[in-house]
Design a protein around this ligand. Structure first.
Ligand SMILES: [Zn+2]
Length: 192
C-alpha cells in the first residue's frame, strides 16, 4: 500500500475541516486507526502531532502562511520500514482564512534490507527526526535511515538541527518575501 497525495484543510484555529486524497491509507499505514478521516475531522491538527519541537515547527509554518498569505514548500521524508519515501509538503493559503496542507509523494525506493517496525516511546533513548527521518542513537550523530544497519524499535520523535534550520529558513524567507536557501533535507543536499 502506498499513498500519493494527502490533503488537509485547516481553519485559523488549526481545526481540521476537511481531509482528502489518500488520507486514510496514509493514516492507517503510519499512525493507525485513530488518525483516519472520521476520527480527526473537527479536531485540532496540533493534537495529532507527536513531539513538542515537531508540533511547534508545524505551527510556525502554518502561522507564517496565515500571516503572509503565501505558500511554503518543504521537502521531507515519510519512510515506512520497507520504503524510503520523499515527500513534498506544501502549505497554501486559501480564501476565508483557511490553509490547504498537501503531502505529495515524489519518490519511493525500497530499502535494501527492510527494517522491522518501529514505534514511538516518549522516553526512548533513540531519536528520530520527524522531517528527514534520520536517527540518532546514544547522543551520536544523525544517520540517514538508508545508512543504518538496524533501526531502533523505539524512538522519540524530534527534529534534527538541519531540519530545524531548514524550517526556520522557510519561515524567514516567506516573511521576507524571498526564495528560501536550497533544501538540505530529503537526501538532496549534503546529508546524502
Ligand atoms: Zn531532520
Amino acid at each position: 500500500m502506498k499513498f500519493l497525495q494527502t490533503y488537509c484543510v485547516l481553519d485559523r484555529e488549526l481545526r481540521i475541516l476537511w481531509v482528502g486524497g489518500d488520507w486514510d491509507e496514509f493514516a492507517l499505514e503510519n499512525q493507525g486507526p485513530a488518525a483516519v478521516a472520521n476520527e480527526v475531522l473537527s479536531t485540532k491538527l496540533d493534537d495529532h502531532i507527536v513531539g513538542e519541537d515537531t508540533r511547534s515547527a508545524v505551527i510556525g509554518l502554518l502561522e507564517a502562511v496565515f500571516e503572509t498569505q503565501k505558500e511554503i514548500k518543504l521537502d521531507c521524508r515519510c519512510d515506512s520500514p520497507r520504503h524510503l519515501r520523499r515527500v513534498q509538503l506544501s502549505i497554501r493559503p486559501m480564501k476565508d482564512n483557511r490553509v490547504l496542507m498537501v503531502h505529495d509523494l515524489r519518490d519511493v525506493q525500497s530499502f535494501v534490507k527492510p527494517f522491522g517496525n518501529w514505534h514511538y516511546r516518549h522516553d526512548a533513548t533513540a531519536a528520530k527526526c520527524s522531517f528527514c527521518n534520520a536517527v540518532r542513537q546514544d547522543g551520536g550523530v544523525w544517520i540517514a535511515p538508508e545508512a543504518l544497519e538496524t533501526h531502533p524499535t523505539a524512538v522519540r520523535y524530534v527534529m534534527c538541527e538541519t531540519c530545524q534550520g531548514q524550517i526556520a529558513e522557510a519561515i524567514t524567507a516567506v516573511r521576507e518575501n524571498r526564495k528560501p536557501a536550497r533544501s538540505l533535507v530529503n537526501g538532496y543536499g549534503p546529508q546524502s
